[in-house]
Write a protein that binds this ligand. Structure first.
Ligand code: USQ
Length: 382
């Protein structure tokens, strides 16, 4: 298939691009380096430098022989979007091109506005472009488990059957996000659902949990192919942060009671989920929703795992419960369904001690570059 990956420079976009190209798809990537720019503006640095997208595509071509054309520009601008779609004419659009960090979206008005404008405008432009240039194309949209929040009932896979006063209907499962970033993902889902009803688009919305890891089958041979990896409070996800903290000798930053439970997945499973969704497209006129994670953990359980594995490797790991900068439930019911992707063929890579040790050993190579003052900046959400 001809696959256009929007946000191809990001933590997940670039590994997905390499993976799909090795599986025989014609892949192109698009990015405007927004993540790199806001990291510079906020004075946070990834664990290691990564070449820009043009360079990465050249390196990948040299190593693998697969060519991935790159378009550099802002998908919030229609002229650029229409140009890219006319040139590439995708069968599938994989949409990662959003400001992806909940803490950043809660930083200040400027960050909030950027998140709203970027995320909603890009999603709208993708919808308009598919309608105008490739109406049969399948849109695969990265949503988030955080759209559902932490309700006191089981979380279904996107939809819920409701019986009310003797009548029955099926609705989008109730959404109630805990950050502005997560709220933009709810708005994206609503936009997509509206245009599925209006224009019979075919869409898969992937409700993804926090991702961890660095390695995929495509990047282990050359460090220049590794993904952009943040460990700071703004952009790092919790398990990646804990691993870096363990290596740096920084007490693991468990927020509040540590009972916050989420559905996690290895970066390898993210790219497999995208491939599975792409190779079995949603039917025309359907919004298909999958809950994309492989296992659930509380924050305290993750910290305990990192502590055990780290200490076995000779690190001196400690855990510190700190006042929660976020406004969220710290102990709650959490039981989301996640059978759709397994039924499509996903074989999960679980969080074993070996997986954690491998990651920790790799991060140890960069111990001297870890900047402790970006680990916790106390960004208050409320
Ligand atoms: N947490 C800590 N200590 C830390 C960092 C986080 O206790 O040092 C806690 C948070 O309070 C939260 C949980 O760990 O309860 C997960 O936080 P996170 O930063 O890993 O994840 P989050 O901000 O929710 O966002 C990440 C990704 C986002 C994705 C989302 C999936 O950045 O793109 O959509 O995970 S989910 O969490 O299921 O909504």
């Amino acid at each position: 298939m001809r696959v256009l990956i929007l946000g191809g420079d990001g933590y997940l976009g670039w590994p997905t691009a390499m993976h799909l190209s090795t599986k025989g798809h014609d892949v192109a990537v698009v990015d405007n380096y927004l993540r790199r720019r806001i990291c510079r503006e906020e004075n946070v640095t990834p664990l290691f430098e990564t070449p820009d997208l043009i360079q990465r595509c050249k390196i990948w071509d040299r190593i693998s022989g697969y060519q991935i054309p790159a378009f550099i520009g802002d998908l919030a601008h229609w002229d650029f979007v229409s140009d890219v779609f006319k040139k590439f004419m995708p069968d599938t659009v994989v949409h990662f091109a959003e400001q992806p960090a909940a803490p950043y979206s809660m930083l200040n008005r400027k960050a909030a506005t950027l998140t709203l404008q970027n995320n909603l405008m890009v999603t709208a432009n993708v919808i308009f472009a598919v309608r105008e240039f490739c109406p049969d194309a399948h849109i695969i949209k990265l949503g988030t488990m955080g759209e559902y929040g932490t309700p006191n009932i089981d979380i279904e896979e996107g939809w819920i059957d409701i019986e009310h006063k003797g009548r029955k209907d099926t609705f989008l499962y109730p959404r109630q996000a805990g950050s502005l970033y997560h709220t933009t993902k709810i708005m994206d889902t609503d936009l997509l659902w509206f245009y599925v009803r209006m224009w019979d688009l075919r869409v898969t919305d992937l409700m993804q949990g926090p991702v961890y890891g660095i390695f995929t089958d495509e990047n282990e041979t050359d460090e220049q192919l590794l993904p952009f990896f943040n460990y700071d409070e703004l952009f790092g996800t919790v398990l990646n942060r804990f691993v870096v903290q363990a290596v740096a000798g920084y007490p693991l930053t468990v927020y509040g009671k540590g009972g916050q439970t989420r559905g996690y997945l290895n970066i390898k499973d993210t790219i497999n989920c995208i491939r599975l969704a792409l190779e079995t497209p949603a039917p025309q006129g359907r919004l298909r929703i999958f809950n994309q994670f492989t296992e659930t953990f509380s924050v305290s359980e993750l910290a305990e795992k990192v502590l055990r594995v780290g200490n076995r490797l000779g690190l001196d790991v400690t855990i510190q419960s700190i006042e929660n900068p976020r406004k969220e439930a710290e102990s709650h019911y959490y039981n989301p369904v996640h059978t759709g992707l397994i039924e499509l063929g996903l074989e999960p890579n679980f969080l074993t001690n070996d997986v954690l040790a491998h990651l920790m050993k790799f991060v140890s190579n960069y111990k001297n570059t870890i900047s402790k003052d970006q680990i916790f900046k106390k960004i208050k959400w409320a």
